[in-house]
Design a protein around this ligand. Sequence first.
Ligand SMILES: Nc1ncnc2c1ncn2[C@@H]1O[C@H](COP(=O)(O)OP(=O)(O)OP(=O)(O)O)[C@@H](O)[C@H]1O
Ligand SMILES: [Mg+2]
Length: 222
Amino acid sequence: MIYTLDVTKDLPLGKTVIHALRGITMHVEAGEMVGIVGPSGSGKSTLLGIIGGLDTPTSGIVKIDGIDISRMNEDQLTEIRNEKIGFIFQFFNLIPTLTALENVALPIQFARKPNFKPNQRAKELLTMLGLGDRLNHRPSELSGGQQQRVAIARALANNPPILLADEPTGNLDSESGRLVMDTLRQIRDDVGTTIVLVTHDRELAAQTDRTITLVDGVIDSA
Ligand SMILES: Nc1ncnc2c1ncn2[C@@H]1O[C@H](COP(=O)(O)OP(=O)(O)OP(=O)(O)O)[C@@H](O)[C@H]1O
Ligand SMILES: [Mg+2]
């Protein structure tokens, strides 16, 4: 489902270059839930962004669902992201003036999938995530854990085969963090979504099927 071969990423820093990724070869099978762990600055977010088509590698190959996205232009990447990938971030990134239902319905309206009725699907997703009684709440009227579950519903809105999450529990207390992890695992089990999540938290990482450890831009094979 996700495949990288010898991916590198150089980032300019003033007159020097940071070698953020230095040859990453990995694969994630359909329906797997994989954790990416490693110290701060080891390249986790950079790798997730490249897998998700938010960024392109300096060298190497990235395949998503069999499609080589390594050399795609911005328009092509946008299409891949819309078709294949849901993103979840540490800081929820919900639109504050919209209700939970409207936040989830918005990407469905944009995608114009004829058999997805935006409000109906948003309601179904939020109900599945235990927020059926919070549909008309705005983000400021929800707890952090509830906001993150709205963000998960939004990420799932157009039924992407892949869910990518960067520190999805990083802004939550441990109880809400566990609930969000339970939610992600439930999605994997019920919908079969392939999930890659970055986390600092060893305890949460232990709840994934498998972890990949990055150290200084390479996979730690130890
Ligand atoms: N836009 C950028 N320009 C230059 N260097 C960058 C940029 N973004 C990240 N880096 C550098 O690339 C390396 C990898 O960064 P990355 O954000 O992927 O690390 P991370 O593992 O996600 O860290 P954290 O756990 O703190 O989020 C770091 O050395 C960082 O300083
Ligand atoms: Mg990061």
